[in-house]
Design a binder for this molecule. Structure first.
Ligand code: ACO
Length: 435
C-alpha cells in the first residue's frame, strides 16, 4: 500500500506549556500497510502502547508470506496461493517457504530425498506414545510427542550453526506425519506402521494412517491429491497465533522442537486451527439445511456464546482465498471418491444464508480456510479429532520457515510485551490470624 508519509508526529500533552511533539519514523515493507516504529516511545514519553490481541502491531519483519485481507490475497514468497495450489506440491512449497525460492529439479530431488530419509522415529518414541491414555486427544499427544523430540535432539544441537538449524527444520517436516499417524493408530489400537521410502510425502502419510497388516491399501489417487492441496493451503499464514507462538518461544533461544510443540498447542484452540474440528461438529449439530436459519440467529445473539465456526478472520475482511479453493475442490473430491455427504449441503446452505445476512455483511465475516476442509478430511476417512493434526502437519513447514528466518534476523530480540497493571498498589502483609 502506498503511503505518502514517512513520519507521524505524536503530540504529547502535559501541563500548560509542557506540550511537546515526538516524530516517529514510518517503516514500509515491499507490500502492505506502513508501520509506525514506536521503539523510542517508552524512553521519550514513559508510555507503552496498548493493543490487546495485537490487532495493530507488527512484531517482526518477514519476507515469507503476504496477506492482503481486504483484497483476499495470499502470497507465499510472492507466489499467489492459487498458482501454487494448481501447479506445485506441498513439499515444493515447504522448500519455497524455507529457502525463499522455488527449487531447481536437482535441489527439489535432494530435498525430497533428505525429507524421506528423516521420516523414521527413534524406537523409544513408542514408549512415549504408549504412555498416553487410550482416549487421549491426538492434539494432546502431538504436543507431548513433539516436546519429547527436544530431548532426543538437544545436547548436540548448536543453534549458531545454520546447517544444524536447517536440519532441525527438515527433521520436523519429515517426522511430523510419522508422529501424527502414530497418534491416530495408537488411539484406535492399530499397530504402528513405519514410513515407506518408496512413497511420496502425502502418500506415505496416508499409508502410515490407513494401511493394515492384513491387506494392501487401496486409496484412490484423488485422496493424496486432495490432501497435498490442503497441506499447501495450510502451510503458512504469516504471523498467526501459532506462528507468533513459535517465534515467541524461539526468541528465547529455545530448542526448535519445543518451539513447534508450543505452536501446536496454540493451533489447537477453536479460535485458530481447532476450528476445522469445531466446524464439522457444528454442521453435524445443525443436521439439515432446514435448521440453518436458527443456527444463524444463534450466532448473531451475543448472549448465546455461539459463533459460526469457520467464519470470520482477523485479517481477511473478504473471501479467504484458501476457502474459495477448498470450496471448489470439495465437490470434485467428493464426486471422485463417490461420497455423498449431507453435511456438504448444510455447509453450502449455511454459507449462502450467512453471506446474505446483514450481521455477517456489516462485520465482513466470510468463510475461512476451515469451513470446508473438514468435509474433505471426513471424505478421506480422517476422523474429526485428527483434523487439527492435519493442519499441524502442513503448518510445520511455515513454523520452521519463520523460526529459521527469526534465527537470522539481526533485529530479533526476546519477545517481551508490557501490560497495564490494574491490581492493588503496594500494601502490607497481614498475618493469617488477622485476616
Ligand atoms: N460468528 C458470529 N459472529 C462473529 C464470528 C462468527 N464466527 N466471528 C466474529 N464475529 C463477530 C464478533 O462477535 C464481533 O462482533 P461485534 O463487533 O458486534 O462485537 C465481530 O464479529 C468481530 O469479531 P472479533 O472476535 O472481534 O474478531 P477477531 O478478529 O478477534 O476474531 C476469529 C477472529 C477468532 C477468527 C473470529 O472470527 C472467530 O471466532 N471465528 C470462528 C472461529 C474460526 O473459524 N476460527 C478459525 C480462524 S482461521 C484459522 O485460524 C485457521
Amino acid at each position: 500500500m502506498e503511503s505518502p508519509f514517512d513520519h507521524v508526529t505524536l503530540a504529547v500533552d502535559g501541563k500548560p506549556g509542557d506540550a511537546r511533539s515526538l516524530s516517529l519514523p514510518v517503516e514500509r515493507g515491499t507490500l502492505g500497510n506502513p508501520c509506525i516504529d514506536i521503539a523510542r516511545l517508552p524512553k521519550e514519553t514513559g508510555c507503552f502502547t496498548y493493543d490487546p490481541g495485537f490487532t495493530a502491531t507488527a512484531a517482526c519483519k518477514s519476507a515469507i508470506t503476504y496477506i492482503d485481507g481486504d483484497a483476499g490475497v495470499l502470497l507465499y514468497r510472492g507466489y499467489p496461493i492459487e498458482q501454487l495450489a494448481k501447479q506445485s506440491s506441498f513439499l515444493e512449497v515447504a522448500y519455497l517457504l524455507m529457502h525463499g525460492e522455488l527449487p531447481s529439479g536437482d535441489a527439489f530431488h535432494a530435498f525430497e530425498n533428505e525429507v524421506t530419509h528423516h521420516t523414521m522415529m527413534h524406537e523409544a518414541f513408542r514408549t512415549f506414545l504408549y504412555g498416553f491414555r487410550h482416549d487421549a486427544h491426538p492434539m494432546a499427544m502431538l504436543v507431548g510427542m513433539l516436546g519429547s523430540m527436544a530431548s532426543f535432539y538437544h545436547n548436540t544441537l548448536d543453534l549458531e550453526d545454520p546447517e544444524q538449524r536447517r536440519l532441525a527444520a527438515v527433521r520436523l517436516i519429515a517426522k511430523v506425519p510419522t508422529i501424527a499417524a502414530g497418534c491416530y493408530r495408537y488411539s484406535i489400537g492399530w499397530p504402528l506402521r513405519y514410513p515407506k521410502n518408496n512413497l511420496e510425502y502425502v502418500d506415505r502419510f496416508l499409508h502410515m494412517m490407513f494401511e493394515v497388516p492384513s491387506e494392501p491399501l487401496a486409496m484412490k489417487p484423488v485422496a493424496a491429491r486432495a490432501l497435498d492441496l490442503l497441506f499447501i493451503l495450510h502451510a503458512d499464514h504469516e504471523q498467526n497465533a501459532s506462528t507468533s507462538t513459535v517465534r515467541l518461544v524461539g526468541s528465547t533461544g529455545s530448542n526448535p522442537y519445543a518451539c513447534v510443540a508450543a505452536g501446536v498447542a496454540a493451533l489447537w484452540g477453536p479460535a485458530h486451527g481447532g476450528a476445522n474440528e469445531a466446524v464439522l461438529k457444528m454442521l453435524a449439530d445443525i443436521g439439515k439445511p432446514g435448521n440453518v436459519q436458527s443456527a444463524i440467529d444463534r450466532a448473531k445473539d451475543k448472549e448465546s456464546g455461539f459463533r459460526l465456526m469457520g467464519f470470520g478472520h482477523r485479517v481477511y475482511k473478504n473471501f479467504d482465498p484458501r476457502a474459495k479453493i477448498i470450496r471448489e475442490m470439495t465437490h470434485q473430491v467428493l464426486g471422485e471418491l463417490g461420497v455423498n455427504d449431507p453435511l456438504l449441503e448444510v455447509a453450502l446452505t449455511l454459507e449462502e444464508a450467512a453471506l446474505k445476512d446483514d450481521y455477517f455483511i456489516q462485520r465482513k465475516l466470510y468463510p475461512n480456510v476451515d469451513f470446508y476442509s473438514g468435509i474433505i478430511y471426513k471424505a478421506l476417512g480422517i476422523p474429526t479429532e485428527m483434523f487439527t493434526v492435519m493442519f499441524a502437519i502442513a503448518r510445520t513447514a511455515g513454523w520452521m520457515a519463520h523460526w529459521l528466518e527469526q534465527q537470522m534476523d539481526p533485529e530479533a530480540r526476546i519477545g517481551r510485551p508490557r501490560q497495564i497493571y490494574t491490581g492493588y498498589g503496594e500494601r502490607g502483609y497481614v498475618g493469617i490470624g488477622d485476616r
